[in-house]
Ligand binder design. Structure first.
Ligand SMILES: Nc1ncnc2c1ncn2[C@@H]1O[C@H](COP(=O)(O)OP(=O)(O)OP(=O)(O)O)[C@@H](O)[C@H]1O
Ligand SMILES: Nc1ccn([C@H]2C[C@H](O)[C@@H](COP(=O)(O)O)O2)c(=O)n1
Length: 231
């Protein structure tokens, strides 16, 4: 190395997609923290705009009504993996966006093309300004938002494993009901016309059904390090 200068790792863009409960958030946060990268939870952004629509009595069954007000809320995401934040018009909505009401409405709101255009623009701008690089997790990151990402990972797991994980989180919620709700949301997200949940052709698929969270994290860290070494 010339003049003994320390060589900084090149910025790396990582896209992690997959259905609900496959471990995208837990894995992405841990990978980003370990590698000193930024982290973006794009589901939280769709939940935040859905929360605003519900709070402002917008009819979420009417895509025209949603499209008419899509530019109104100011959505800001903090990308520190150890303390990710999300605000709407300056209000911390990290708790309310996880409510059952928002979860039941988010697929309808996120299917509206004008909503996707607005949120995609925010996502690209955050990725472009992440100096060391970023791990972005969602449903359409590898296919649509960041098609030139250095690494694309598509996480999967059986509906049974995903429901058991979610039921554990929801303090013993009924597994059957949780499984049906997951399957319904995945179907809505996969079947919408604009940038549906899908695996990019060049994504590495990781089935997490029989892996611990730590094993998944280590697997993704290895994949990122291999990509970094090849840059
Ligand atoms: N491999 C794993 N083994 C066991 N539990 C896991 C594993 N991966 C994630 N979990 C747990 O499953 C739950 C859901 O994980 P997480 O929120 O990361 O999934 P997600 O894909 O981001 O879901 P969503 O898209 O619905 O936000 C969390 O409680 C997490 O700790
Ligand atoms: N890139 C993304 C991320 C999320 N969504 C929608 C679809 C999901 O059901 C919803 C909530 O996401 P979660 O918090 O469960 O990860 O947001 C999307 O359409 N595209």
């Amino acid at each position: 190395m010339e003049n003994g200068a320390a060589r900084t790792a090149p910025a790396v863009i990582v896209a992690i997609d997959g259905p609900s409960g496959t471990g995208k958030s837990s894995t992405s946060k841990a990978v980003a923290a370990h590698l000193g990268l930024s982290y973006l939870d794009t589901g939280a952004q769709y939940r935040a705009i859905t929360w605003w629509m519900a709070n402002n009595n917008i009819d979420i069954t009417d895509p025209t009504a949603i499209a008419a007000v899509v530019g109104k809320p100011e959505i800001v995401s903090g990308t520190d993996p150890s303390a990710p934040t999300i605000t709407v018009d300056g209000v911390d909505v990290s708790g309310p966006i996880r409510s059952q009401e928002v979860t039941s409405k988010v697929s309808a709101v996120s299917a509206v093309p004008e909503v996707r255009a607005r949120i995609t623009e925010l996502q690209r701008s955050l990725a472009a300004s992440a100096e060391a690089g970023i791990v972005v997790e969602g449903r359409d990151i590898g296919t649509t938002v960041l098609p030139d990402a250095d690494l694309k990972v598509f996480l999967t797991a059986s509906p049974e494993a995903r429901a058991a994980r979610r039921s554990g989180e929801l303090k013993g919620a009924d597994i059957h009901t949780t499984r049906e709700a997951l399957i319904k949301r995945d179907a809505a997200d996969s079947n919408r016309t604009t940038s549906p949940l899908a695996k990019s052709d060049d994504a590495v698929e990781v089935d997490t059904t029989d892996l611990t969270l730590q094993q998944v994290i280590e697997c993704v860290i290895t994949l990122v390090e291999e990509k970094r070494a090849a840059k």
